[in-house]
Design a protein around this ligand. Structure first.
Ligand code: PRP
Length: 183
């Protein structure tokens, strides 16, 4: 599905697939330099990170491994509570590994803060985050994201893994949802 397929549902186009691809090239080059010879373990957070994991990992020129976590935020509605339940844990022991968490979006940062604390307790050699999108205006804490694709406005965005009611994850670009879709 591309942006023209759902143009009536979008208020604004934020990024095309090509802009996302260009930014991923830059981040992958940076990660290759930073993890030279280190066999980084990419930890993807389901479901949203599937797209970015697939596109980002294939751009790395060095070896990497991948593992996945599924988590669910406690609490009502769409907002993060910051308390996270692990639905599917990693298969990999993190002890002394170089771990790079791959996220589609950091919104309030509460999910990530909880996740990082949990992963840090497993004593990895290093622990960093790559997030395709970040909403600086929504941040409720100062969780450090070393590699950021794009900072975006605090609006309802869909596409490239980001969903509304389970849909639009397979949209190649990213846009803000028009109010008539959710009101
Ligand atoms: C999204 C995203 C992060 C979290 C960020 O996941 O993948 O894990 O929300 O929100 P926060 O910064 O406010 O805590 P979501 O719970 O929507 O699940 P999904 O990946 O399955 O869409």
């Amino acid at each position: 599905m591309d942006l023209t397929d759902v143009s009536d549902d979008l208020a604004n186009v934020l990024f095309t697939q090509s802009q996302i691809d260009d930014r991923l090239d830059e981040i992958a080059a940076e990660v290759d330099r930073d993890y030279d010879g280190k066999n980084v373990l990419l930890v993807g957070v389901l479901n949203g990170a599937v797209m970015v994991m697939a596109d980002f990992s294939r751009r790395l020129r060095g070896h990497c491994e991948m593992d996945w976590m599924a988590i669910s935020s406690y609490g009502a509605g769409t907002s993060s509570s910051g308390v996270v339940r692990i639905l599917k844990d990693l298969n990999t022991n993190l002890l002394d590994r170089h771990v790079l968490v791959v996220e589609d979006i950091v919104d309030t940062g509460l999910t990530l803060a909880y996740l990082l604390e949990n992963l840090r307790s497993r004593r990895p050699a290093s622990l960093e985050v790559m997030a395709m999108f970040r909403k600086p205006e929504a941040a409720k804490n100062a969780v450090e994201v070393k590699y950021v694709g794009f900072d975006i406005p605090n609006e309802f965005v869909v596409g490239y893994g980001l969903d509304y009611a389970g849909k639009y994850r397979n949209l190649t670009g990213v846009g803000t949802l028009a109010p008539h879709v959710y009101s």
